[in-house]
Design a protein around this ligand. Structure first.
Ligand code: BG6
Length: 493
């Protein structure tokens, strides 16, 4: 078996926006965890960069706090904390001004051929200007990589413009577009399940699958991100990226290998095969909602407008939609997607429902025969459940029950589940692009999303209200029930 820690080469990782939320909440704790695991080679450096004029000590104090806030006590050996903090450096540089950039150049030592990663944890309007500065300072070496993250545009056109501005400086193999869902353990397990087992592949098609559901439900509201969120909405924030990536992994053909382009070629084919949802068709195939005040898990919460501090807004905090993939394998199989904030519970799962048996040999006493379902739970409590029909034990004739073969990964493996960013950051350093989105994937996803956004904006309708703590507007239930199906609920007996 492959060892758990894959060695990486010596690197310098520059984080732009090092004092921001992503860096403090995710990147620094993730790097720290890899240091605890012994994956960061001695001499590697993490260079914080932002507009704020901090000293190296002030940045180290921020980093210490981020680790204390986000890494449990028991996982923070004091010697590793000191070792980690000693790797840090800080440079104040503003994307829009000259100051500081020469310092960064000196720190990086232009002649060095160590791996160099620029993680742009800043708004997309700064991606182009920062890349241009890096180019003008000759900081882009053949072993340099750049990492960017959503929002990668607001539409196909703006995503293309963004890709162009980065592509002027970095070649595609140097660009790492993060979708953190691809770094999640269970998302990768989807591939293991499909391609390391002989069981599923023969039935993974329109001949045997009735429909697929993908749910990403959150209990959180928009919190401190209302400013960004109100310009995006659930379709851009979750569907264009995370949910379409999940759909691709469920629906793609077996790739010829797990090499980055082999995988990405297959995902791209799925995106291109999505049946367009546009114009008059949008109203019947999509539902958008917006939460109002309510209670989530017993606690009273505000509505979206109050969180936003606005009187009104047309931004959706919930989307449900029905997609179809027009290809040989999936023709006629609906893929129902739903995601929202302030829903009843936090759960992300993919549910593949198989077709009913063609004929029952049992009499009416045996009870109804429910279809087989494969449930892949992404979070929380990652695992896989396969719903089967069995005979109820004991006397009383043949009575059938629908029961799950249930595997919780936490119980089965008893290991810490690394955060997606741990894996993804180390993949960047190792030069592995398999879990990152290629330019054409991002653009193809937008091409499918754009007409939905357009139809919503021309309709002038408001999103349908739903009470916080519920499963979204009733129209989302109607969307699937119209087809004689229901959203999966765990106690699905
Ligand atoms: C982010 C979205 O990409 O994913 C957030 O911008 C969302 O709005 C988050 O809350 C969900 O990620 P996770 O890992 O908590 O499921």
């Amino acid at each position: 078996m492959t060892p758990r820690i894959i060695p990486v080469d010596l690197f310098d990782l520059v984080v732009y926006g090092a004092t921001g939320d992503l860096s403090q909440r995710k990147l620094l704790p993730a790097l720290f965890h890899r240091d605890v695991q012994g994956q960061i080679p001695p001499g590697s450096r993490i260079i914080g960069c932002s507009r704020r004029g901090l000293s190296a000590e002030e940045f180290a104090a921020l980093a210490r706090k981020s680790i204390e806030d986000h890494v449990p006590d028991a996982e923070r050996p004091p010697d590793v904390v000191s070792r980690f903090l000693a790797r840090l450096a800080y440079v104040a540089a503003d994307a829009g001004a000259e100051d500081g950039w020469a310092d960064l150049g000196r720190l990086l030592k232009p002649e060095s051929d160590r791996i160099r990663v620029f993680y742009l944890a800043v708004g997309p309007d700064l991606f182009g200007p920062i890349c241009d500065r890096l180019a003008s300072l000759h900081l882009v070496t053949p072993r340099t990589r750049v990492v960017i993250e959503k929002p990668l545009g607001k539409s196909g056109a703006s995503a293309r413009a963004l890709n162009e501005s980065i592509g002027r400086v970095f070649s595609e193999p140097q660009i790492y577009r993060i979708d953190h869902y691809l770094g999640k353990e269970t998302v990768q397990n989807l591939m293991a399940l499909r391609f390391a087992n002989a069981l599923f592949e023969p039935v993974w098609n329109a001949g045997h699958v009735d429909h697929v559901q993908i749910t990403v439900a959150e209990t959180l509201g928009v919190e401190g991100r209302a400013g960004y969120y109100d310009t995006a909405g659930a379709l851009r924030d979750m569907v264009q990226n995370h949910m379409l990536q999940l759909l691709c992994l469920v629906a793609m053909e077996p790739p010829i290998s797990t090499a980055a382009d082999a995988l990405r070629d297959e995902k791209l084919k799925v995106l291109k095969a999505l049946k367009p949802v546009s114009g008059d068709g949008v109203a019947g195939l999509t539902v958008r909602g917006q939460y109002r005040a309510g209670a989530v898990e017993g606690e009273a919460v505000k509505g979206y407008f109050e969180e936003l501090g606005a009187v009104t807004s047309r931004t959706e905090t919930f989307v449900a939609l029905k997609a179809e993939i027009a290809n040989w394998r999936w023709s006629g199989v609906p893929f129902y997607l739903r995601t929202g904030k302030r829903l009843a519970s936090r759960v992300s799962e993919i549910v593949v429902t198989f077709k009913p048996i063609p004929h029952s040999v049992f009499d009416g006493q045996a009870g109804p025969i429910a279809p087989n379902r494969l449930v892949i739970r992404l979070q929380p409590d990652e695992g896989v459940k396969l719903w089967l029909m069995i005979k109820d034990p004991g006397p009383g004739g043949m009575r059938l029950s629908h029961v799950p073969l249930d595997m919780s990964f936490a119980d089965a493996f008893n290991v810490r589940n690394p955060d997606a960013y741990e894996r993804l950051l180390m993949d960047v350093v190792r030069g592995s692009q398999a879990l990152f989105m290629r330019r054409d994937e991002v653009e193809a996803a937008w091409d499918w999303i754009d007409p939905i956004l357009e139809a919503w904006s021309t309709s002038g309708d408001m999103p349908k209200p739903y009470t916080a703590g519920t499963w979204g507007p009733s129209a989302a239930v109607a969307l699937i029930e119209r087809d004689g199906r229901t959203w999966y609920e765990d106690q699905d007996l």
